[in-house]
Design a protein around this ligand. Structure first.
Ligand code: ADE
Ligand code: ZN
Length: 335
């Protein structure tokens, strides 16, 4: 059977900083005069062996040192969009981590305008519609999150929603109640990482305290049948990232991934790449991976693709959503 990577899909869980491939990292390091603690791209790739979320985050934040100018962020997003287009991505809702840049002296406007320059021509160049989601780092303070949202106010025309990422355990959603309330007042959509390494209770808290509309990861909801029933009943999307879960040791192997159980439980799950430069593949690669390791049938893959558009923030363009869903129906897997 041909690879399903061409299946039209929306990518809803993608950290743009996690698309920084070693080749681009070294090119930007040279352009900006930044010294990297790796001899070459091969040595850097060899460091991509993670024991948990934190071990990944340490490298992920470290490598961001090469991102300094608006042009760097434009180049980063262009490189992602080109790869995503080749794997059937038609719509991308892209996370970014402003605090990881402002902490290094890069102004938030440089980040947003740099990304924005790429996203402005994404449709024309790559055939991909886009949205931008500003993430707060949950291992930073609530005050820092509030200051970040405040600093983003001149750029809200470019931002669709807010998210919550970084080290989960010990940083429950409720810590960010106030900034999520402010985001809601500003008319922003709300999502949050929850139930990746943290407990099912964090998923519940993200829904009840932060008012999120989607849960990023959410795997550990499976430990709480009552929560699973609620997520299914309320059609709360879960943006699942299979390759990420294996690389960060949330699951042992792809064959052990709970994706089929989540689908069987009636959850609205989507398949995404999280940080594709670090975890071994982009959106289409993740589709291929779950098909091969979990034996998903073509109609199950099609349902995952439908879910991605159903779960996307396209309420301001329902005609587009309908077009994308029609593309999913028309897709032929081949013999
Ligand atoms: N930031 C980038 N990738 C992340 C992940 N998988 N979990 C939490 N924070 C992240
Ligand atoms: Zn993530």
């Amino acid at each position: 059977m041909p690879l399903p990577s061409g299946l039209p899909k929306a990518e809803l869980h993608l950290h743009i900083e996690g698309t920084l491939e070693p080749e681009l990292a070294f090119a930007l390091a040279a352009r900006n005069g930044v010294a990297l603690p790796y001899a070459d791209t091969e040595a850097l790739r060899e460091a991509y062996s993670f024991s948990d979320l934190q071990s990944f985050l340490d490298l992920y934040y470290g490598l961001m040192a090469v991102l300094r100018t608006a042009e760097d962020f434009t180049d980063l997003a262009d490189a992602y969009l080109e790869r995503a287009a080749a794997q059937g991505v038609r719509h991308a809702e892209i996370f970014f981590d402003p605090q990881a840049h402002t902490a290094r002296g890069v102004p938030i406007g440089t980040v947003i305008e740099g990304l924005g320059a790429s996203l402005d021509r994404a449709e024309e160049r790559y055939g991909i519609s886009t949205r931008l989601i500003l993430c707060f780092l949950r291992d930073e303070s609530a005050e820092s999150a509030l200051a970040t949202l405040d600093a983003a106010k001149p750029y809200l025309h470019r931002i669709t929603g807010v998210g919550l990422d970084s080290a989960e355990v010990g940083h429950p959603p409720a810590k960010f109640r106030e900034v999520y309330e402010e985001a809601a007042r500003l008319g922003l959509r709300r999502v949050a990482h929850a139930g990746e390494e943290g407990p099912a209770a964090y998923v519940r808290e993200a829904l009840d305290v932060l008012g999120v509309e989607r849960i990023d990861h959410g795997l550990r909801c499976m430990e709480d049948p009552e929560l699973v029933d609620r997520l299914a009943r309320e059609r709360i999307p879960l943006t699942v990232c299979p390759f990420s879960n294996v690389r960060l040791r949330v699951v042992d192997t792809l064959a052990d991934h709970p994706l089929p159980a989540m689908m069987a439980a009636g959850l609205l799950v989507t398949v995404n790449s999280d940080d594709p430069a670090y975890f071994g593949g982009y959106a289409g690669d993740n589709f291929d991976g779950v098909r091969d390791a979990l034996g998903l049938a073509p109609e199950q893959l099609r349902e995952l693709a439908r879910n991605s558009f159903r779960a996307s923030f396209l309420e301001d363009d329902e005609a587009r959503r309908a077009r994308y869903l029609a593309e999913v129906e028309a897709y032929e897997f081949g013999a």
